[in-house]
Design a protein around this ligand. Structure first.
Ligand code: GLN
Length: 558
């Protein structure tokens, strides 16, 4: 072991996926942090993709970009939000990454002529990645979520690596099974059998869970706790009841009601490092959510709507959370509506419905679908003085809209959609051309944190100063994920027509923020970066808060 007594908590799913393993992992992190420990949270995705960057958001949900530029699973976003800190590339692992390292090592004779096998070589690589993450983050405890459900073919090697770690350091490793207890409608009673089966399956891998998080529509009663404890071989108090609740941010406080944090520390032979209740700020945040009753209505004009509502919220999860945090920060209850951009293409009359909203957001995206609809929505927001926030594609489209309707470049476009447009106001970045020509799509966008210089006296400049003074000395760091940019050749014309580029790359070449002056519009602002990726419940993002403030003002006027 690299670091003596470093502690590991493995979170494994049982029965079925989608029951909140990521949130459980995040909440465990928040609990341990509240007890004074430095925690890193790590996500394992068992698929063969090297990262999450090439996946379609409709199928996989949002791609969450770290400061390093690594494109990861949306759970990493929850982790950062709950920990209120940045995570590193080491905190994310896929089977693709692991296999790639092992195969590359084999190709360079790194295994000295031996057979290279799943066990022990893949599992050794996995364990060494657990350690690298612990080292890189200087944490006391790593909470590691193994994606998928026990019994899956794909995640077995990760569980095996964890088993070996536990074998060598039994004092330092804890296993938590997040299971589901259904209440079938016809029976009306909570059933424990699927969880028992999941535990038995885990046992067959040589792993005994120390804790069971019993997810379900209702709380677990004493009788079933006892039953699970006996059949699954865990202490009754180690069966943690985790019923459905209205806000995920209630979870740390709910867990602690079951003494989960204290019990975890005991299981790891650790003692709390704080005297006062470290969860106070979470409790306060939860109270803020509950006390916000006056509504602020935000319309999100997007395109990933085709496969049902739940998919949508996954595809834009960071945007949704960022809006909520800032709404709570200004004391309002966020009411978010999904508006399919394509609707405006079929029926322009529908645009007038946008006037009902206090603010409009066009989030990031790729490709052609719904673009003209989004452009019409942006125009409507600009002309009717509805607060507008454009994120990445939403900023590029705002620039196109402005070029078309305020600069008289009627055919302005992005070369992402029309390569032959006479006015490519948004164009592919020079280095991106090469990647595209070579068919290199994975991890080749402009990714991760870059500095953005702010112009004084602008909306953006002011928002950051008010919101996060510690981060500001004329420049802020924001995360990116794009191939296209505002074409430098059009900047002067756009500026002359009144658009203000209030944020740029340090060399002034890349336009990072575009806005209209406040005297012309209450709030019309777009960012080439993704501010939503750094919005946190306990530290809302200043640009979102500025947008929400403008929306609240409008709601008061209506
Ligand atoms: N499609 C645009 C680009 O590649 C915007 C990307 C995004 O919104 N993340 O530049």
């Amino acid at each position: 072991m690299s670091k003596k007594n470093h502690k590991y908590i493995f979170v494994i799913g049982g029965v079925m996926s989608g029951v909140g393993k990521g949130i459980a992992t995040s909440a465990i992190g928040a609990l341990l942090q509240a007890k004074g420990f430095k925690v890193n949270l790590m996500k394992i995705d068992p698929y063969l993709n090297v990262d999450a960057g090439t996946m379609n958001p409709t199928e996989h949900g949002e791609v969450f970009v770290l400061n390093s530029g690594l494109e990861t699973d949306q759970d990493m976003g929850n982790y950062e939000r709950f920990l209120n800190r940045d995570l590193g590339s080491e905190d994310y692992m896929t089977s693709g990454m692991v296999y790639r390292s092992v195969i590359e090592r084999e190709r360079s004779l790194g295994y000295g002529g031996k057979f290279v096998e799943a066990i022990p070589h893949i599992t050794d690589e996995i364990r060494s990645r657990f350690q690298s993450a612990a080292e890189a983050s200087h944490s006391d405890v790593s909470v590691i979520e193994i994606g998928g459900t026990v019994g899956d073919y794909q995640n077995f090697l990760f569980i095996e690596a964890a088993r070996v770690l536990n074998l060598r350091h039994p004092q330092d490793v804890v296993f938590v099974l997040v299971s589901y207890l259904p209440v079938p409608g016809t029976i009306g009673e909570m059933k424990t059998k699927p969880t028992q089966n999941a535990v038995h399956q885990l046992n067959s891998y040589g792993v005994q869970p120390d804790f069971i998080i019993a997810r379900g529509p209702v709380a677990l009663d004493a009788k079933r706790k006892e039953k699970l404890a006996i059949w699954c071989n865990v202490k009754p108090e180690h069966v943690i009841s985790a019923p459905d609740i209205s806000s995920i941010y209630d979870v740390p406080v709910n867990f602690e009601r079951e003494q989960f944090g204290t019990l975890l520390l005991q299981a790891l032979s650790l003692r709390t490092r704080v005297r006062r209740d470290g969860l106070e700020k979470w409790k306060k945040f939860v109270r803020t959510i509950a006390s916000a009753t006056e509504e602020v209505r935000i319309g999100i004009v997007g395109k990933y709507f085709d496969t049902g509502d739940f998919v949508l919220s996954d595809a834009y999860i960071s945007v949704i959370e960022a809006l909520k945090f800032s709404a709570y920060a200004v004391g309002k209850k966020p009411v978010l509506s999904w508006i399919n951009a394509k609707d405006f293409e079929k029926d322009v009359e529908k645009l007038s419905l946008l006037a009902e909203y206090d603010g409009i957001v066009v989030p990031g995206g790729f490709g052609e679908t719904g673009i003209e609809g989004k452009l019409s929505a942006i125009r409507f927001a600009r002309e009717n003085k509805i607060p507008y926030l454009g994120l990445c594609y939403g900023m590029q489209l705002a620039v196109i809209e402005y070029a078309r309707n305020a600069v008289d470049l009627a055919e302005a476009n992005t070369t992402e959609i029309n390569k032959h447009t006479p006015h490519p106001v948004i164009d592919i970045m020079p280095e991106q051309k090469k990647h595209m020509a070579e068919g290199k799509y994975g991890a080749t966008m402009r990714l991760g944190a870059y500095p953005c210089f702010l112009k004084k006296g602008t909306i953006a400049g002011g928002a950051y100063v008010k919101g996060q003074s510690s981060k500001v000395s004329g420049s802020v760091s924001e995360r990116h994920r794009h191939r296209y940019e505002v074409n430098p050749e059009y900047v002067a014309r756009l500026e002359k027509a009144g658009l203000v580029f209030s944020g740029t790359s340090p060399d002034g070449v890349l336009m990072e923020i575009a806005e209209l002056p406040r005297r012309r519009h209450p709030f019309f602002l777009g960012t080439q970066f993704h501010p939503e990726l750094q919005a946190r419940p306990l530290a809302p993002h200043p640009l979102f808060t500025a947008f929400l403030k403008a929306a609240v003002k409008r709601s008061g006027k209506k």
